[in-house]
Design a binder for this molecule. Sequence first.
Ligand SMILES: *[C@@H]1O[C@H](CO)[C@@H](O)[C@H](O)[C@H]1NC(C)=O
Ligand SMILES: *[C@@H]1O[C@H](CO)[C@@H](O)[C@H](O)[C@H]1NC(C)=O
Ligand SMILES: *[C@@H]1O[C@H](CO)[C@@H](O)[C@H](O)[C@H]1NC(C)=O
Ligand SMILES: *[C@@H]1O[C@H](CO)[C@@H](O)[C@H](O)[C@H]1NC(C)=O
Ligand SMILES: *[C@@H]1O[C@H](CO)[C@@H](O)[C@H](O)[C@H]1NC(C)=O
Ligand SMILES: *[C@@H]1O[C@H](CO)[C@@H](O)[C@H](O)[C@H]1NC(C)=O
Ligand SMILES: *[C@@H]1O[C@H](CO)[C@@H](O)[C@H](O)[C@H]1NC(C)=O
Ligand SMILES: *[C@@H]1O[C@H](CO)[C@@H](O)[C@H](O)[C@H]1NC(C)=O
Ligand SMILES: *[C@@H]1O[C@H](CO)[C@@H](O)[C@H](O)[C@H]1NC(C)=O
Ligand SMILES: *[C@@H]1O[C@H](CO)[C@@H](O)[C@H](O)[C@H]1NC(C)=O
Ligand SMILES: *[C@@H]1O[C@H](CO)[C@@H](O)[C@H](O)[C@H]1NC(C)=O
Ligand SMILES: *[C@@H]1O[C@H](CO)[C@@H](O)[C@H](O)[C@H]1NC(C)=O
Ligand SMILES: [Cu+2]
Length: 620
Amino acid sequence: MYAVLLLGLMATLRVALATTTHTFNWTTGWGMYNVDGVKDREVITCNGEFPWPDIKVNRGDRIVVYLNNGFTNANTSLHFHGLFQNGTSQMDGPPLVSQCPIAPNDTFIYNFTVPDNVGSYWYHSHVSGQYQDGMRGTLIIEEEGAVPYDYDEEVVVQLSEWYHDTTDVLINSFMNLYNPTGAEPIPQNLIINNTMNLTWNVEPDTTYLLRIINTGGFVSQYFWIEDHDLTVVEVDGVYTEQNTTDMLYITVAQRYSVLIHTKNDTSRNYAIMQKFDDTMLDVVPSDLQLNATSYMVYNSTTSLPSENYVDELDFLDDFYLVPYNKTELFDEPDYTITVDVAMDNLINGVNYAFFNNITYTTPKVPTLLTALSAGKNATDATVYGSNINAFVLEKDEVVEIVLNNLDSGTHPFHLHGHIFQVLVRDVEYDDTTHAFNADNHTAFPEYPMMRDTLYVRPQSNFVIRFKADNPGVWMFHCHIEWHLIQGLALILIEDPASIQSTASQQITENHKSVCKNVGVPYEGNAAANATDYLDLTGENIQLKTIPTGFTKKGIIAMVFSCLAGVLGLISIALYGLMDMEHVEEKVIEELHLDVDKVLAADDGTDEGANSSAAEKVSSD
Ligand SMILES: *[C@@H]1O[C@H](CO)[C@@H](O)[C@H](O)[C@H]1NC(C)=O
Ligand SMILES: *[C@@H]1O[C@H](CO)[C@@H](O)[C@H](O)[C@H]1NC(C)=O
Ligand SMILES: *[C@@H]1O[C@H](CO)[C@@H](O)[C@H](O)[C@H]1NC(C)=O
Ligand SMILES: *[C@@H]1O[C@H](CO)[C@@H](O)[C@H](O)[C@H]1NC(C)=O
Ligand SMILES: *[C@@H]1O[C@H](CO)[C@@H](O)[C@H](O)[C@H]1NC(C)=O
Ligand SMILES: *[C@@H]1O[C@H](CO)[C@@H](O)[C@H](O)[C@H]1NC(C)=O
Ligand SMILES: *[C@@H]1O[C@H](CO)[C@@H](O)[C@H](O)[C@H]1NC(C)=O
Ligand SMILES: *[C@@H]1O[C@H](CO)[C@@H](O)[C@H](O)[C@H]1NC(C)=O
Ligand SMILES: *[C@@H]1O[C@H](CO)[C@@H](O)[C@H](O)[C@H]1NC(C)=O
Ligand SMILES: *[C@@H]1O[C@H](CO)[C@@H](O)[C@H](O)[C@H]1NC(C)=O
Ligand SMILES: *[C@@H]1O[C@H](CO)[C@@H](O)[C@H](O)[C@H]1NC(C)=O
Ligand SMILES: *[C@@H]1O[C@H](CO)[C@@H](O)[C@H](O)[C@H]1NC(C)=O
Ligand SMILES: [Cu+2]
């Protein structure tokens, strides 16, 4: 008996010894940096420095981050992208989803282990565009022997786009009546490892595992290295069967690990290329460099290569990748969530993004804290509010999400707390929207690709499945930060009974105090009603839609008349309205109005329409 006890003790000890706690003490702030070598601007610093640190830990380790909000007038939070946070949903990061926002001068303690994730991840602020100002870093989780392929050296590389203005400034003009089409701000450059014109010194005849992480907030990038094969072995923390390609297409938030075997010949150097997916830009300014060149250097005494031209953007389609640990297609779903993605204007003229006509509007209590405090009512989606697209999932059920993109843009969707299988990613048709048809679709793969961020093509659709085996509150959202700000998110409340009954899911004392300091209740339904959870009186809801044709016209008319007044003051390129001659047509088209009717508009005596402005509509 003593022997058994001793053995048990030794086992415990071994686990304890093998597990390291990595403690970080980070304070946010602002500092002036010249990231792209072109312009000095304010960026978000970590303990006064930029960029934010890259983290490397081992599977099973504990990560503790003291995140001190050093901003004077903004809340903050941190999300660890791709981590399952199994049993620690409150450490996931999105404010008003899994935690209270952290007020200035306050500290949130992120405290969790990483038992279930191995591979390439990253962390970033989950508050209105802060990560695009630099509040982000890479996070690699290692495990001896986990990468099922041989390599000599591991190298991380971070890709992003870069703006010369801070996100605050950009949001003000983006979520604006004067930007009725919702044109996203155009970045100034593509950056790599928080710089440009990077030099990567390589050894000959060496196999590198290059972990490529797109920490950007908007555009997808093509990535290739002149005359070098890229052998994909990991996507989003999922090791795959090898697939060799010349070129990758990487959306924001996605990760690819590739094996690269260097040449024996050291007589010359090669171009590392990044290229904008310019189809995602509303306008392409003539001075925008669509492709950025960095250098793979074998020989530092010889010249650097020039840009590498390609005739065709022939990239690997991740749909066809096969996970190394082949997981069979999950069973028929127990629960199917079908969502339509659309962009439209609300009554204030601002362009929003919608899942099923609902633009995510923050509740008064973080959804996880509602789930923890709602008792038996936690299984009733009503308590989470009518404006967050709440779906309650049952323990271990197979969930399918069918996403129909009614919008003409590409969107990379990310699911927190899970990886998912990709059953369908439909092609793009010519200018017509097509929804997924359950009775007529391409065959589902036997061993579907699994990852945590997946793009949908314009006016097309995708179908994904996962198992609800991770109790918690998880966000599913477009990872284009502009679109998240426009409300393109839904919330999954997974197995609320288990959330309530698990000790590690209970709100920590630190979390409670963060809620108190920011003035957000930590109990109650979406309307902060902690006595009657089914009474949603006073909940936050979205603005009204534009009700009828004439009112729409009135709003557009108002936009035009105002535009005329402020044109001198605004940066036209920023709004994607370069081509002013056709701006009216563009707005009419984007607002889905009957063009003939509007252009042949009456003299402005219509109800609701301001007459001089309406004249402006019809006069051009
Ligand atoms: C974090 O650093 C700040 C500033 O140096 C210090 O005041 C604070 O005590 C530190 N917190 C922890 C938990 O180490
Ligand atoms: C990169 O090269 C461009 C073009 O030569 C230059 O304008 C820019 O300053 C460089 N940036 C850095 C960080 O070296
Ligand atoms: C934060 O703390 C500092 C020093 O204690 C104080 O001067 C400042 O007013 C505080 N700021 C806020 C927003 O509470
Ligand atoms: C982190 O969580 C562990 C497990 O609950 C706990 O023992 C430890 O004290 C926590 N650390 C901090 C800094 O809160
Ligand atoms: C990118 O930066 C990281 C450190 O932040 C470094 O370890 C890595 O080697 C760099 N990658 C390249 C290709 O230079
Ligand atoms: C490169 O050099 C190594 C020895 O350093 C040799 O084994 C290998 O065959 C060479 N590869 C090629 C393609 O020449
Ligand atoms: C590097 O390039 C220089 C200049 O072309 C050449 O003289 C030298 O031999 C090269 N070195 C190696 C190690 O290939
Ligand atoms: C790089 O961009 C320019 C336009 O900015 C384009 O003319 C050129 O073909 C691009 N190069 C590649 C490799 O696509
Ligand atoms: C590699 O990807 C291509 C699509 O780009 C696909 O046709 C092929 O089946 C894949 N092969 C493997 C082994 O994954
Ligand atoms: C494959 O699955 C086994 C058993 O679950 C696990 O130990 C291993 O790490 C997995 N390998 C990869 C590459 O995912
Ligand atoms: C969204 O609104 C449109 C127009 O009012 C309606 O036709 C459609 O059925 C709605 N979609 C959903 C999923 O509620
Ligand atoms: C979470 O942990 C439970 C066991 O505690 C396990 O059954 C489940 O598969 C885990 N989920 C994920 C997503 O790792
Ligand atoms: Cu999007």
